[in-house]
Design a protein around this ligand. Structure first.
Ligand code: ZN
Ligand code: ZN
Length: 194
């Protein structure tokens, strides 16, 4: 008896997975089976499997998937967007004044959790990094995008991880303003999901 994966034609799988860059999940729908035979067939046919990082990058480059990633990240948010009045107050407060998020050290320093090496910490101290962070805060109206809190200490979270995606380090789209509590929550969730 043939195993399920053996009924998956090699060329068609290569076309779906490698050429059309469909995910394992999408391929399983295409072939009408679960993801286990798909993974097995990729291995048996010697089709190079994308790493988690490559898969993430691929999702990110697709605007639809990008929206979905952000939606997932902010799932459970309960706050309404800031009112025009709040926005105006924030703008006025920022005029002619250096952001008070600057110079926040240690545990409250944005993205402190990612600092795994001296080199990465150094990058976080650069003007380019601070500029990116400020741009993210400004775009998000200095509010946590998950719970909506406006407070002194906010973090600029990298949606695609800072360490793994150097080319996305300073992309505005890759940043998301979070309060320390939501930031911690998101990283715990990510770890649980592997
Ligand atoms: Zn929050
Ligand atoms: Zn983060």
């Amino acid at each position: 008896m043939r195993a399920i994966w053996q009924n998956i034609p090699k060329n068609e799988l290569r076309h779906q997975y490698s050429t059309l860059k469909k995910s394992v999940e999408k391929c399983s729908k295409h072939f009408g089976c679960s993801d286990i035979p798909i993974k097995r067939a990729l291995k048996e046919y010697g089709i190079p499997v994308r790493t988690h990082q490559q898969a993430q990058q691929l999702r990110w480059s697709n605007p639809e998937h990008r929206k979905e990633m952000i939606r997932k990240l902010l799932a459970g948010q309960t706050h309404p967007p800031p009112s025009e009045e709040t926005k105006r107050k924030i703008s006025e407060a920022q005029i002619g004044k250096k952001s008070h998020w600057y110079g926040v050290r240690g545990k409250d320093n944005p993205n402190y959790k990612h600092g795994k090496s001296k080199r990465h910490r150094t990058i976080r101290c650069t003007a380019e990094y601070k500029q990116w962070q400020l741009a993210v805060f400004k775009r998000d109206w200095y509010a946590c995008q998950r719970c909506g809190v406006h407070q002194k200490v906010l973090h600029a979270h990298h949606i695609l991880p800072f360490i793994d995606f150097p080319e996305e380090r300073f992309t505005l789209d890759n940043g998301c303003t979070l309060c320390p509590e939501c930031h911690r929550y998101i990283h715990t969730e990510e770890m649980q999901n592997g």
